[in-house]
Design a protein around this ligand. Structure first.
Ligand SMILES: [Fe+2]
Length: 364
């Protein structure tokens, strides 16, 4: 068990732990998206704290959904030119994953081969890094993983380096302005992290206890996904479920549903949580019955059908042609490291069967 990130999860976490944030360096590079961190107030709060402590700031605010390697290299170049000595990622999973890769690049002396360095094994050195999540799904603030898009290869892939943040400040208030679709997609991502961490060859008793706690919170606050109405406590609870899910996958990694989802996200632009959730039923169907029942029950579902009906009600049906599912299975088969994390025997055909199972549930 290794989770070295100091985590503060409470309303006004940025203000309450401002000294810890300011202590990370003298010139911050803030890595964020175009608009949501402005709408939810997180960017302003971070800027105010840095100003109060006399820190210089450069803001890189053009991180896109499913950030590309090119974006990360651009952000690192901007930070290097400005003389940034620490990085603060603010936003959903995309800015947070990008911020980890940027923190890694800023610790390298020469950025001319930045894109290749991300995928070459070697040192995991990075400049100090703080992460401030504003959605309730990725758990990126407590995982060492940075998934980037490589447009030339039409795929998403984790960089080769494990980057744990030096500080995570989790404030559920930032969810207040999140659109309902974002709440739903990200909370479903958190649920899939819990399920995939449990149904995982690398799971152990301790990581499963984290999953258990995460599912308890997830079930307690899933009603928020019906309308989006929530109080401060419920929002913080969703954030905590997401963080626990992140801590669980930090130990085990994700597995087959995540691996199958990348095709849907890249080729059909289906949001990450919704795409992973699509494949979750097929993965659960392939698992041992006792595990399946435990996970579904713990998350508040009667059975697989109940889960799929809930998915259709909240996320809608997705029409996916068999050809794309076959392609997803073929591509995932190339990534044996991910395939082998499933706790049961898997073949390329059984991957396809899991995808087809999910598709059939969408038709009934
Ligand atoms: Fe995910």
């Amino acid at each position: 068990m290794y989770m070295p990130v100091p985590v503060h999860s409470e309303p006004y976490a940025v203000q309450r732990h401002r000294q810890a944030l300011a202590d990370l360096g003298t010139h911050a590079l803030i890595v964020t998206g175009r608009s949501s961190s402005r709408t939810n107030g997180s960017l302003q709060e971070v800027l105010e704290v840095l100003q109060q402590h006399g820190r210089s700031v450069t803001v890189f605010d053009t991180v896109e959904e499913n950030p590309s390697v090119d974006t990360v290299v651009q952000a690192a170049e901007a930070g290097q030119q400005a003389g940034a000595d620490f990085v603060i990622g603010v936003g959903g999973g995309s800015p947070l994953d990008a911020a980890k890769a940027v923190a890694f690049l800023l610790a390298q002396s020469d950025l001319t081969t930045g894109a290749e360095m991300l995928y070459r094994s070697g040192n995991d050195r990075h400049v100090p890094l703080a992460l401030v999540p504003t959605t309730c799904g990725t758990g990126s603030e407590v995982t060492p993983v940075s998934v980037l898009t490589r447009p030339a290869l039409q795929t998403k892939k984790s960089i080769s380096h494990k980057i744990f943040a030096d500080l995570a400040l989790i404030d559920g208030r930032y969810l207040a302005t999140a659109p309902l679709s974002v709440l739903r997609n990200t909370a479903l991502d958190a649920l899939t992290h819990l399920i995939e961490s449990y149904l995982n060859r690398q799971a152990d008793e301790l990581s499963r206890m984290i999953v258990d706690a995460g599912l308890t919170l997830w079930q307690r606050y899933r009603h928020v996904l019906e309308t989006g109405e929530a109080d401060e406590n419920e929002r913080q609870g969703l954030m905590n479920a997401s963080a626990l899910a992140g801590m669980a996958i930090a130990q085990t990694s994700t597995t087959i549903p995540h691996g199958l989802s990348y095709s849907l996200t890249i080729r059909r632009h289906i949001p990450h949580g919704k795409a992973v959730g699509y494949f979750t039923a097929g993965y659960l169907a392939a698992a041992e019955e006792a595990d399946r029942q435990y996970l579904l029950c713990k998350a508040g579902f009667n059975d697989l059908n109940d889960f799929q009906q809930w998915y259709i009600r909240l996320y809608g049906r997705i029409e996916v042609e068999e050809r794309l599912l076959r392609q997803a299975a073929e591509e995932l088969w190339q990534n044996q490291q991910k395939v082998q994390t499933a706790p049961f025997a898997v073949t390329q055909e059984s991957l396809y069967a899991m995808a087809l199972f999910s598709r059939q549930g969408m038709e009934t």
